[in-house]
Design a protein around this ligand. Structure first.
Ligand code: NHR
Ligand code: GAR
Length: 215
């Protein structure tokens, strides 16, 4: 069975969706860069080992990433799963784990990388928004895309309403991406374009990718 560590910074609702999905994955640890992340207690309650590397205690990004890498390597996971993890990782860190770090980003990449994606989507006036699970490369929010899901932007949306609608599909697509990972079905074509082996459109992505949840 493949193993993962999950990196969080806060609430951990994506982490919880992953834990609830009953995936055939050994979850070796949950690591937070914030001591007050509420997701840590939830992981502990489920008997998962937790660790904190407080980024504010390190003099540089390199020093933080080096400590984080030692913590991760002590449990030797196959993959690193960023679930609401809010620190940009250095090139050196990413190079240590090529195509072994996954992230969920709350927009339809390549639109709206970076922070405050819902604010930017509303300000731009897009009518479709969503979420993306992708591999992490040193080019922020530009790594190979594994799965995306779309939601409508509705006339009276504010950031909170839109964020909530997107979060619902995040909780569907991250477990799905990790199910494919657990099954060893993620392959790469030219230019690292991801292809899912033996994809069954209705059972693998019908619910997640093609439905537009309306509350
Ligand atoms: N690291 C690399 N190298 N590549 C990616 O694609 C990454 C990454 C680290 C995190 C998640 C990401 C997102 O989905 C992610 C993708 C935080 C920031 C950010 O600017 C940007 C992107 C993402 C996460 N963080 C601030 C920083 O100075 C801190 C903000 C805070 O602490 O609240 O690191 O969007
Ligand atoms: C999620 O919406 C996730 O996509 C987003 O933060 C939220 C974390 O929620 N991630 C980013 O914005 C990364 N920059 P969670 O802690 O409840 O999973």
């Amino acid at each position: 069975m493949k193993s993962i560590v999950i990196l969080i910074s806060g609430r951990g609702s994506n982490m919880e969706a992953i834990l609830d999905a009953g995936l055939r994955l050994n979850i070796k640890a949950v690591i937070s860069n914030r001591p007050d992340a509420t997701g840590l207690a939830m992981a502990s309650r489920r008997g998962i080992a937790t660790r904190v590397f407080d980024h504010s205690a390190y003099a540089s990004r390199e020093a933080f990433d080096a400590a984080l890498a030692v913590g991760i390597d002590s449990v030797a996971p196959d993959y690193i799963v960023l679930a609401g993890f809010m620190r940009v990782l250095t090139e050196g860190f990413v190079a240590r784990y090529p195509m072994r770090i996954l992230n969920i980003h709350p927009s339809l990449l390549p639109a709206f990388g970076g922070m405050h994606t819902h604010r930017h989507a509303l300000a731009t006036g897009v009518k479709i928004h969503g979420a993306t699970v992708h591999f992490v490369t040193s080019h922020l929010d530009h790594g190979p895309i594994i799965i995306q899901a779309a939601v409508p932007v509705l006339p009276h949306d504010d950031e909170a309403a839109l964020a909530h609608r997107v979060l619902v599909v995040e909780h569907q697509i991250y477990p799905q991406a990790l199910r494919w990972l657990a099954e060893g079905r993620i392959t790469f074509k030219e230019n690292n374009v991801v292809e899912i082996r033996d994809l069954n459109v209705s059972s693998d992505i019908g619910d997640q990718q093609l439905r537009m949840p309306m509350e």
